[in-house]
Design a protein. Structure first.
Length: 230
């Protein structure tokens, strides 16, 4: 088995806690900057890992703990770019698990913090369940909720499209737009031109756009749909 060199392993330092077990020392000074023999605790931790060939650090700090960031950034090994340090702001202290785990949907949170997924703890999905003998009143509430959820989900698969076209091209353009039933056609102030409105599937978006341009469409606008009721 290939051994990973220490400097390739990122170090996560949790520095956003309340340090209740260090009271009264932490009453006036947050835990990471409490000095040990004159050196802040956070600096000693980083130095210790650095001496053991670790070079990549992710430091979780609270929103108000800018002093931790300032101390770390003044370290010689940081100023001289001998280590790579990233700070992750934890707006609310929710415990250790929240600091090192992230519920990932799109991965944007990881990307914005310069992080990468190391392992998957579990896969999950949201489900809606109900009792098999649900009463009529609750069934109506459930039906209304499902109706709204489906409207939102359906909308994510479609785009609303608006375009201008000469009247001579309406028939050809309408044939390219599936729509809900048929495209909506509105005459423009300029004689001989109309505005055509329709809905297209997300998967077919670019194919339709190219064909519409060839058919004579101009001023094409594509708008996300928030909700869609069939």
């Amino acid at each position: 088995m290939m051994q990973v060199q220490n400097y390739e392993i990122p170090v996560v330092i949790l520095a956003a806690g309340e340090a209740k077990r260090l009271k009264p020392l932490s009453n006036q000074t947050i835990k990471p900057i409490i000095p040990i023999l004159g050196i802040p605790m956070i600096e000693r931790i980083i130095d210790n890992y650095y001496s053991n060939h670790f070079r990549h650090f992710f430091i979780v700090i609270g929103e108000a703990e800018i002093s931790v960031k300032n101390i770390v950034e003044q370290m010689e090994i940081v100023k001289n770019n001998l280590v790579d340090v990233s700070f992750i702001i934890q707006k609310k202290a929710l415990g250790m698990a929240d600091a090192i785990f992230d519920i990932v949907s799109t991965g944007s949170t990881l990307l914005s913090n310069g992080l990468k997924e190391v392992d998957v703890v579990m896969q999950s999905e949201a489900v809606l369940i109900h009792h098999p003998k649900i009463n009529t009143k609750k069934q109506q509430i459930l039906d209304d909720l499902l109706f709204r959820i489906r409207a939102v989900n359906q909308a994510t698969n479609y785009k609303y499209i608006l375009l201008n076209a000469p009247n001579s091209a309406i028939k050809k353009i309408s044939a390219l737009l599936p729509g809900m039933k048929s495209p909506t056609i509105i005459p423009l102030a300029e004689e001989g031109w109309s505005s055509i409105h329709s809905v297209i599937k997300e998967d077919d978006f670019w194919v339709h756009i190219e064909n519409l341009k060839r058919a004579g469409a101009q001023g094409i606008l594509v708008i996300p749909i928030e909700k869609m009721i069939l």
